[in-house]
Design a protein around this ligand. Sequence first.
Ligand code: NAG
Ligand code: NAG
Ligand code: NAG
Ligand code: NAG
Ligand code: NAG
Length: 516
Amino acid sequence: MVERNASAIKVVSRKSLCFFFTTTTLLFIMSWLFVLRSTRSDSTQDAISQLISTTFDNSGSESSSQSQNSESSFNNRAILVNTKTQTHDIPKCNTDTTTSNDNNNSNNSSIIIINNNKVVLKVFMYDLPSEFHFGLLDWKGDEKRKIVWPDMKTNVPHYPGGLNLQHSIEYWLTLDILASEFPETYPNNARTVIRVKNSSDADVIFVPFFSSLTYNRYSKTGPHERRSRNKVLQEKLVRYLMSQEEWKRSGGRDHLILAHHPNSMLDARMKLWPATFILSDFGRYPPNIANVDKDVIAPYKHVVASYVDDQSTFDSRKTLLYFQGAIYRKDGGYARQELFYLLKDEKDVHFSFGSVQKGGVRKSTDGMRSSKFCLNIAGDTPSSNRLFDAIASHCVPVIISDQIELPYEDVLDYSEFCIFVRTRDALKKKFLIDFMRSIGKDEWTRMWNRLKEVEKFFEFQFPSKEGDAVQMIWQAVARKVPFIKLKTNRSRRFFRSVYGNKDKGHKSIPAPANFW
Ligand SMILES: *[C@@H]1O[C@H](CO)[C@@H](O)[C@H](O)[C@H]1NC(C)=O
Ligand SMILES: *[C@@H]1O[C@H](CO)[C@@H](O)[C@H](O)[C@H]1NC(C)=O
Ligand SMILES: *[C@@H]1O[C@H](CO)[C@@H](O)[C@H](O)[C@H]1NC(C)=O
Ligand SMILES: *[C@@H]1O[C@H](CO)[C@@H](O)[C@H](O)[C@H]1NC(C)=O
Ligand SMILES: CC(=O)N[C@H]1CO[C@H](CO)[C@@H](O)[C@@H]1O
């Protein structure tokens, strides 16, 4: 008996050894590929999933294989667009009177790409109760009469100013969807998106929850509350979504959810991970919840005013390098302190404490407009609105944030108008300052010119204009659509099997990063 057991164990252990061996070999091969790949592209986020996705679908990896030159990004896009018009039959925008002019707007390929590919994205938007969206802006719906949206003809709710504005993406996107139903009222509203009433016709399902505003306003627990309104609304949202036919149909994979503030949706996101999120960066997200393949990065709305009619020159901008911000940050921001000590004695460098809140908008505006370069150093999170303030001020951004993700990077080559410096290099004595001083007038002027061309891509406004941030975000979403369809169909593979049914849609156990 004992002997038989022993031999059984032997068999088992031989099997498991064999298994172990195969797994480690596989892992070894994969890590080799991983190393090979990550030495070529700098993006560390989820490199394996990129690997896997490249083998299945080229569109999924577009954002990772950043084009070295704009020509290759043009090719990528062209392929994508062909797929779209041939197999997905997305109609071209027909209210468009500017198409004929678009070709000669400029010779810069990324701009040409953006203007030429007027893809209409068909969006179904849930009629969520107004407490999730415009109700937060003190607009009152009428539950009884089922009025959840403001009358776009007469009464567009206003978004208050202040710092909340930097995450107001949710407001601009929702207005743009609503406006698509009133082409007569908003004839000049650019139209990448049209709202459809039948969700079966939609490319994506939009969840109109103003999560950043909710976080900004209601994350503190009130005196008579057990939980903050921010938490309550997230719970309500999850319950609402899980009960919708649209969610069940795709397991949420074709849903679009806004979580631009890094602290917004902290609770709900663990349940809503199959959806595509619109985020500012991935700093606080585990890669199985959010990653470059699945999600869309949107810019902050800049808080300093745009620099209209900028006549400045390399020589008229007296400050070489400008940074204004909180210097001591909780996590990850140690580079700020280090850089402060490295730079504080350089005479043409402005490096100072003080956040924009403290009446500093005017000061930052002046400071950025009179500087050649503006520093963006990772703080609590890899991104901040400082980058977009710098762009609006035509102050060439110097990005020291290894984990930063940039909006629409698949169609926009940031190296044309930003300087990237690795943190470990920036912290070497004299490295940064020598580097900045080595950039001459011509090179700087080229980047400054490019900044003036690209600034409109970061402009949020209503009505939205051709090529502004709202349209650029929709186009970035449209580029995800083939991938969304792929992952939706893949998720249906096992619907008919006993176990597969259980997994249908709303089972929300986070999957491994490459599972989608
Ligand atoms: C494009 O070119 C046409 C003539 O070839 C011109 O009339 C039109 O104004 C141009 N459009 C733009 C935006 O430059
Ligand atoms: C684009 O470049 C071509 C030559 O390469 C030139 O003839 C044309 O005028 C340029 N168009 C614009 C809008 O700059
Ligand atoms: C929505 O469209 C689908 C397929 O096109 C159709 O079967 C369904 O009846 C439509 N639903 C409504 C409410 O019109
Ligand atoms: C799934 O496959 C069908 C049939 O090939 C296709 O029409 C559809 O667009 C795919 N995606 C989704 C989300 O249904
Ligand atoms: C035609 C045009 O606007 N060309 C510009 C494209 O962008 C480069 C900078 O990358 C400028 O130098 C060109 O003038």
